[in-house]
Design a protein around this ligand. Structure first.
Ligand SMILES: NC(=O)c1ccc[n+]([C@@H]2O[C@H](COP(=O)([O-])OP(=O)(O)OC[C@H]3O[C@@H](n4cnc5c(N)ncnc54)[C@H](OP(=O)(O)O)[C@@H]3O)[C@@H](O)[C@H]2O)c1
Length: 347
């Protein structure tokens, strides 16, 4: 068993971590940490628990710690911190010898930091050796992509392998929980939608090219795929939806696209990692699916559901997809990264 801690444990993503890690076959949750507003309180007192289910019994009475390596000692540190805080503290933990599995964007695009989706680019974990050598750390930082990026790229990977992907246009409809607990006021979003999410479009456009790129032993050669994103916030609690339009290199019939998505399996499924869904992609035939309320919890929140796969007169093929933003798009993604690292002997 590895000892693990959650940084930012009282936030939306932090709560998901607590819920996924409370009873985990490889990891023992030994510490929770948050800002000085919460430090020193019992977890149950400090947190405004807002996800389904109860606060796990073994975590309720843990005392929330400050975010410093001297107060939080663990083999793996799962980070659900705001990016500007992560930027400062994540290297301190890596230097102190912990493996930091981060949700924050602070280090995602660094040349020696893996931006990992275990089904898509497990070989990018080799970057850790370069990172340790360059930075002189015993620990490491690995990151998972932005929530919308993960959901979209999972659907693109089988298309890339089967047909090649040249251009992608994506329009997202993103849930409120993606903005954090106090991210979007109710007055702004009820009976409404917001046509702008700061930095989100840039993240999707650049992260996709890194994840689908090739690690050549010293750096990632970005994939030659052009991506254009338009992002909106909608009054849904959990579950990001995306309308995706793809120009493939080789012509692809909608039926073939659906088939390669259905058949898609990768390393996490082969290794039967505890958090890996049996089907990373679920393709539905109904015209009215996927929908957030019905499909976000597919595969324990780790499967992405695809529907309405059809021909597009401009780009070639188009479809609609949906995934759970705080599970597959955040905490579940980090936990799966750490499970993969354990099974590949990288921890
Ligand atoms: N929500 C999503 O779907 C999603 C998806 C992917 C990635 N992410 C990323 O994950 C991270 C967390 O997001 P979230 O949605 O969970 O945010 P959140 O609900 O606002 O939670 C933020 C957490 O960080 C702590 N924190 C805030 N300021 C701090 C400081 N100065 N020092 C120490 N701790 C501090 C908070 O502790 P207190 O409660 O004590 O204030 C809380 O535990 C962000 O980087 C976000 O971009 C989120």
């Amino acid at each position: 068993m590895y000892s693990v801690a959650v940084l930012g444990a009282t936030g939306i993503v932090g709560q998901r971590f607590v819920s996924l890690l409370a009873e985990h076959p490889y990891f023992e949750l030994t510490a929770v940490a948050a800002s000085e507003r919460s430090a020193g309180k019992r977890y149950a007192e400090a947190v405004n628990w807002c996800i389904e289910g109860e606060i796990p019994e073994n975590v309720r009475d843990m005392v929330v710690r400050n975010i410093t390596p001297s107060e939080v000692r663990a083999d793996i540190v799962f980070s659900a911190l705001p990016s500007e805080v992560a930027k400062k503290v994540e290297p301190e933990f890596a230097e102190a010898g912990a493996v930091v599995a981060s949700n924050a964007s602070a280090y995602r695009m660094e040349g020696d930091v893996p931006l990992l989706i275990p089904e898509v680019n497990p070989e990018h974990l080799d970057m850790i050796e370069v990172q340790r050598e360059r930075r002189g750390w015993d620990g490491a930082i690995i990151t998972n992509p932005n929530c919308s990026t993960i959901i979209g790229v999972l659907t693109l990977k089988p298309l890339m392998d089967a047909f090649g992907v040249e251009e992608v246009v994506v329009s997202t409809m993103q849930a409120l929980s993606g903005a954090g607990y106090s991210g979007v006021p109710g007055m702004s979003i009820l009976d409404n939608l917001l046509p702008y999410i700061p930095k989100e479009e840039e993240k999707i456009e650049t992260e996709t090219r890194k994840i689908l790129g090739t690690f050549n032993g010293s750096e990632v050669e970005f994939a030659e795929v052009r991506v254009s994103a338009s992002c909106t916030r909608v009054p849904v609690l959990e579950g990001h939806a995306e309308a995706v339009f793809v120009r493939t290199s080789r012509e692809a019939e909608p039926g073939e696209v659906a088939e390669v998505m259905r058949r898609f399996r990768a390393k996490p499924q082969e290794l039967k990692l505890p958090t890996a869904p049996e089907h990373p992609l679920i393709v539905r035939e109904e015209h009215n699916r996927p929908q957030p309320r019905f499909d976000r919890n597919a595969g324990g929140g780790m499967s992405v559901t695809v529907g309405r796969v059809r021909r597009d007169g401009v780009m070639g093929v188009k479809y609609f997809c949906l995934g759970h933003n705080t599970i597959r798009g955040a905490a579940g993604a980090s936990v799966l990264n750490a499970e993969l690292m354990h099974r590949l002997g990288v921890l």
